[in-house]
Design a protein around this ligand. Sequence first.
Ligand code: CP
Length: 296
Amino acid sequence: MDFLKITDIEPETLHQLIDKAIQYKKTPKPQKTLKTHDIGLFFEEYSTRTRVSLSVAVSQLGGMPHMLNKHELQITRGENIRDTAKVLSRYLDGLTARMLDHKALKEFAEKSDMPIINAMTKKHHPCQTLADLQTIKEKKGKLKNLNLAWIGDANNVCNSTILGNAMTGIKTTIASPKKYQPTKEILQEAEKYNSNIKITEDPIKAVQNADIIYTDVWISTGTEKEAEQRKKHFQGYQVNQDLIKHAKKDTIIMHCMPIDGKEITRQVVEGQNSVIIDQAENRLHSSKALLNHIYK
Ligand code: CP
């Protein structure tokens, strides 16, 4: 199976993966279920968490990770996706790939004869959402009927959050400037799971009943050319002490990292409501749950 977006699995499987990830966290020496598996990790873009957590997850499960930097492969010199995918499928048992263009990743998956895991495109970041849902369940003891407020850019992580929330019964409120709100396509896909989504331009309104406040950088990978314009448009969407005083006392603050500093203050990142580092740790445990599911 491929895992290109969170909806590539059924809601029941998603719940099982979250619980399995919680178990893995309590199991320092997991069963070597990936013995003899060679897994490629192909990265077109920078990555700290995804790259290292997936690599360590493969090795903790007994498999062999192979780091494939785009700049060391012939694909950078023009070799096409089909030939690359076909050839790598003869060597590897699976590939995790960070490619900005989601269509290119889909083509890679279609031409491959091995499972492909999306390690982030401009459209989806399903591995992040697995870790996020694990974190929410650990911190809140449940998922259904919680309220999540997304503040800022409705980017790839937001898309996967909207879909993951819809699949698990979390209610989502997005507070973004009009230009940066979720697309119809994502909202329609979420509707299939009876989603509960509100969209507003008012961050204070969004956080008022929030159990979870989530934000991400204003200038995501691939939007660097619009940096100055984006900084202006997102003024007023910073997650800071003034904003979180409108939220519940036990609201948790999430950010997928890396943190830029414009979208959230250091005080909030390091404050008592922040679960940001736990969230990053859970990338490892949830990756093991995903790999175990794919190769079981
Ligand atoms: N959250 C996330 O994907 O981090 P990296 O870009 O460091 O992998």
